[in-house]
Ligand binder design. Structure first.
Ligand code: MG
Length: 256
């Protein structure tokens, strides 16, 4: 039996199908927008390489102004830097919680001692949580005690140490622990560390307060506490320490 549909009609139908598909595939998609009324981020001058940015608080510049520290008279002043001395911990006058912190330090150029006795110092966030400072250039020690370790908790991903006497940088992003009103831990502290620009701690949870004698544990404390630098009987140098207080990353976005 002959077909009731002619060939030209079949061709016309096929052409319409192809044309329709082409129009659909090239039609501009509707843009999706979140609708969240985000405020415009403030403008910050990043400053010279290494900072400080315009919104940072300089805690230690070239060593001349020590007014941000409780007992800085213990430290030794030099041209452009200080060396730590005195109490085991020396704290800032101001308290900080969530923050970005830049620190420049150098282990003594003259090598003395070995392991933990060589170029030991530390950055104590909230006066409790230590990012280890150590001369870890060809100086074996336990991995969770070497430079850029969360002391006795987590070794760095790599050893990015420079030679003793050379200036090194830590760039730290720290989120303070969260406690309930009854003191219960809601969320541990979180830390990211770049050592000389190399990522060595990637958003790691901190297990608790640093201690040489006990396992880490949390004890509830205020949302902000002073930052401290450790003196571990080694004349470690410091300069260019600046800090930026950060808004809490767990804050909800603005309401639609
Ligand atoms: Mg230390």
């Amino acid at each position: 039996m002959p077909s009731t549909i002619s060939r030209p009609r079949v061709r016309l139908f096929a052409s319409l199908v192809v044309l329709t598909a082409a129009v659909v595939s090239f039609a501009p998609a509707q843009e999706w927008v979140s609708g969240i009324p985000w405020p415009t981020p403030p403008t910050v001058d990043p400053g010279p390489v290494g900072g400080p940015p315009s919104d940072a608080l300089v805690l230690l510049g070239d060593g001349r102004d020590l007014s941000q520290w409780e007992r800085a008279d213990q430290w030794q002043r030099h041209d452009g830097y200080i060396t730590v001395a005195g109490d085991p911990l020396n704290a800032t006058k101001r308290a900080f919680g969530d923050c970005q912190l830049h620190v420049e330090w150098a282990a003594p150029a003259e090598i003395q001692g070995a392991g933990q006795q060589r170029g030991n110092s530390g950055i104590y966030l909230m006066g409790r949580y230590e990012v280890q400072i150590l001369d870890s250039y060809n100086n074996p020690t336990y991995p969770d005690g070497q430079a850029a370790a969360i002391y006795k908790q987590n070794p760095p991903l790599v050893n990015a140490s420079r030679k003793p006497g050379e200036w090194q940088t830590y760039d730290i992003v720290f989120e303070a622990p969260r406690f309930a009103a009854d003191g219960k831990l809601l969320r541990p502290a979180l830390i990211t560390v770049l050592h000389n620009g190399v990522l060595v701690q990637n958003h790691r949870p901190i297990q608790g307060e640093t201690s040489f004698f006990e396992p880490p544990r949390y004890r509830a404390h205020p949302a902000k506490l002073p930052l401290a630098i450790q003196f571990h009987n080694n004349p470690v140098r410091f300069r260019n320490i600046w800090i930026r207080e950060l808004p809490p990353s767990d804050a909800p976005p603005p309401k639609k």
